[in-house]
Design a protein around this ligand. Structure first.
Ligand SMILES: NC(=O)c1ccc[n+]([C@@H]2O[C@H](COP(=O)([O-])OP(=O)(O)OC[C@H]3O[C@@H](n4cnc5c(N)ncnc54)[C@H](O)[C@@H]3O)[C@@H](O)[C@H]2O)c1
Length: 358
């Protein structure tokens, strides 16, 4: 069965890339993962065990024209799944050049490489982020929809976490105008724009999946900049109290990796269509960080989480989405509850610890 043809996955040796390969590489004629094995993500610069044998790994950098030319000299992918990215939200403020170089210039370098190679794939799928929405929309007591904008440092120092008198509204591709509040989010939105205009001018198919917070087995346990569920899990496993920012009421949508893979699979099962399609991919459940920390602490019988009152620049107060349009369009639905997902992640982390000491 080769329904997927030749597939190129940039960043294909990362968390989501390996999970996609485990589920889909066998259905491709060739599945090639182009990945730089970034040291922040990969503790050891070698092929991850999680990347199945059906996937070819090409070690290369998406910003490097020569790496692209070498790859495309004998590879003509029909589908490109673009995952390669710098993903540190807070880090993107202090390392804005690096985030922009990989996420924005790297995307442009990919497109230029296809132009040089004389071959253009039929279909692009971009792994975008909830970060493009920033604070999204809020509803005032009178029912008016307003933008919260970027919360200022002074506001946060005064402990003014929410937009006074307003309630956050789950984001939706159909109604929420993107307004990122950090550099990472701005680069993800720039990726969307670059691919949209480039694919649009060539009548190609572009699907953009805006992912909420993805977690689960396979996520880097050593990357200090991403993966809050993994980070909390390690703390609780060590019997430490988890410290949560602000008043603990920051909201996120935590979506289990298998549900993200099934969303990509559902998208790829559909026919490519000229133009751009955007989908919100999440669990559909809004969870406070305190609830998350409490659930993980409970699992490990660790001390109760501590609300620190500290904050980070660019952190969004509320990020959750309306997944109903995606469920209908892709005939897909998330299947994992947060409790089951957390349990599965803890079992995987325990297995990793055993493997390390063996
Ligand atoms: N994990 C999430 O919660 C989440 C949420 C929203 C969006 N996303 C997006 O999904 C994509 C994949 O995320 P992930 O969680 O698998 O991250 P990850 O860090 O596990 O994987 C990213 C991969 O890209 C590679 N990479 C980094 N820079 C590169 C470069 N210059 N050239 C080639 N490869 C490079 C890394 O080595 C890594 O293997 C990213 O685009 C991210 O923005 C992830």
């Amino acid at each position: 069965m080769n329904q997927l043809g030749d597939v190129l996955v940039t960043g294909g040796a990362g968390f989501i890339g390996c999970a996609l390969a485990q589920s889909l590489a066998a259905s491709a004629r060739r599945w090639v993962a182009l990945d730089s094995l970034h040291p922040q993500v990969h503790a050891v610069a070698r092929r991850p065990d999680a990347l199945p044998a059906e996937a070819e790994l090409v070690v290369g950098d998406v910003t490097s024209a020569s790496d692209w030319d070498a790859l495309l000299a004998d590879f003509r992918p029909e589908t490109v799944i673009h995952l390669a990215a710098e993903t540190g939200t807070a880090q993107s403020f202090s390392e804005a050049t690096r985030h922009t170089a990989v996420n924005v210039v790297g995307t442009a370098a990919m497109l230029d490489a296809f132009t040089r190679s004389g071959h253009v794939p039929d279909r692009f799928v971009l792994s975008s982020s909830r970060a493009v929405y920033g604070e999204g929309d809020w509803r005032t007591a009178s029912g008016e929809i307003v933008k919260a904008g970027v919360r200022s440092r002074r506001q946060l120092e005064n402990g003014e976490w929410d937009l006074p008198g307003a309630t956050a509204v789950p984001s939706s591709v159909a109604t929420t105008v993107p307004a990122p509040t950090n550099v990472y989010g701005a680069t993800k939105l720039a990726q969307e724009h670059l691919l949209d205009v480039w694919c649009g001018a060539r009548d190609l198919s572009l699907d953009i999946l805006r992912l909420q917070n993805v977690y689960g087995p396979g996520q880097s346990l050593t990357n200090p900049y991403t993966g809050i569920v993994s980070l909390f899990s390690r703390l609780a496993r060590a019997g430490k109290a988890i410290s949560v920012y602000e008043d603990g009421q920051i909201v996120r949508d935590f979506v289990y990796i298998d549900d993200v893979v099934s969303a990509f699979a559902a998208d790829l099962r559909g026919e490519p269509a000229v133009g751009v399609r955007r989908y919100d991919v999440g669990s559909g459940v809004a969870t406070t960080i305190l609830e998350l920390a409490t659930e993980i602490a409970r699992y490990h019988d660790a001390p109760a989480p501590v609300v620190s009152g500290e904050f980070r620049d660019g952190d969004v107060r509320f990020a959750a989405c309306d997944i109903l349009p995606t469920e209908i369009a892709l005939d897909w639905a998330p299947e994992w509850s947060l409790r089951d997902g957390i349990g599965s992640l803890q079992a995987w982390i325990a297995g990793q610890a055993v493997a390390e000491t063996a």
